[in-house]
Ligand binder design. Structure first.
Ligand code: ZN
Length: 253
């Protein structure tokens, strides 16, 4: 095992095509509560699965829209952490660096990463629930700490309610994003998996594809990876601490 992991660290030094796959632990270091932790205040008595579905939105649009505006406000008030900034700096040290994220905030983009694939959509790209037309959203929502119900704006084209641009339970991942992410896995020299439990499919399949292709996979997480990723090299620690150290070690001196 030791030898195999030496190879992963060597791969990290020589890699020119890096894939960084991020999940909730990446944003948690910026103070953004994870999906399930976000259920406080008005949302406390709900289950995430009761709020994040097309059925929930159909049943009670102001409840669901209010929750997402509250979460969008939290995301926009948060700043990229040292881990986001390290990934953005890394892209200048290699030929190609792609970020594939399960997160719905825009912290990678605000840190300066130029190639970011959002597998689960974005809090910042709302669209019409009925006709799918994109909706231009302005400003930072100023939602009360405990949250509130808020009727969604209406579509300028068809008058339908505007929905968040995230992927809900029971919905497919955007096919273009999934295809681009799989292509990035196949072409990368090394895959870094940051702050994701690796439990939510089909996103969780991506590191497994990399392992099947015998690519070096490095997991950055305070928690040990799931059994499916036991062949990966686990670097135990937080994204905001380990990523800057990794990228710092790669800089030419
Ligand atoms: Zn519409």
């Amino acid at each position: 095992m030791e030898n195999q992991h030496d190879l992963e660290l060597l791969a990290l030094r020589t890699a020119q095509n890096i894939l960084v796959f991020t999940g909730a632990g990446m944003s948690a270091d910026s103070g953004i509560p994870t999906f399930r932790d976000a259920l406080t205040g008005l949302w406390e008595r709900f289950d995430a699965q009761q709020l994040a579905t097309p059925e929930a939105f159909r049943r009670d649009p102001p409840l669901v829209w209010g929750w997402y505006e509250w979460r969008r406000g939290k995301a926009l008030h948060a700043a990229p952490n040292a881990g986001h900034l390290a990934i953005a700096a890394w892209q200048h040290l290699v030929a190609q660096l792609t970020v594939v994220t399960q997160n719905v905030d825009d912290l990678h983009e605000r840190a300066g990463s130029s190639r970011v694939i959002h597998l689960h959509g974005s809090l910042h790209q709302p669209r019409c629930f009925d006709c799918g037309h994109p909706f231009e959203q302005q400003g930072i929502p100023d939602e009360p700490e405990g949250g509130r119900r808020l009727p969604p704006p209406l579509c300028g084209h068809c008058g339908g309610p505007i929905r968040p641009g995230v992927v809900w339970f029971g919905e497919m991942l955007p096919p273009e994003a999934l295809a681009a992410a799989e292509a990035a896995v196949r072409s990368c020299d090394v895959m870094i998996v940051v702050g994701t439990s690796g439990l939510v499919f089909p996103a969780a399949r991506l590191p497994m594809i990399a392992l099947q292709l015998k690519k070096p996979v490095i997991v950055v997480d305070p928690q040990p990876p799931t059994e499916a990723l036991e062949k990966a090299l686990w670097l135990k620690g937080r994204a905001s601490e380990l990523l800057p150290a990794m990228v710092g070690a790669l800089k030419p001196r």
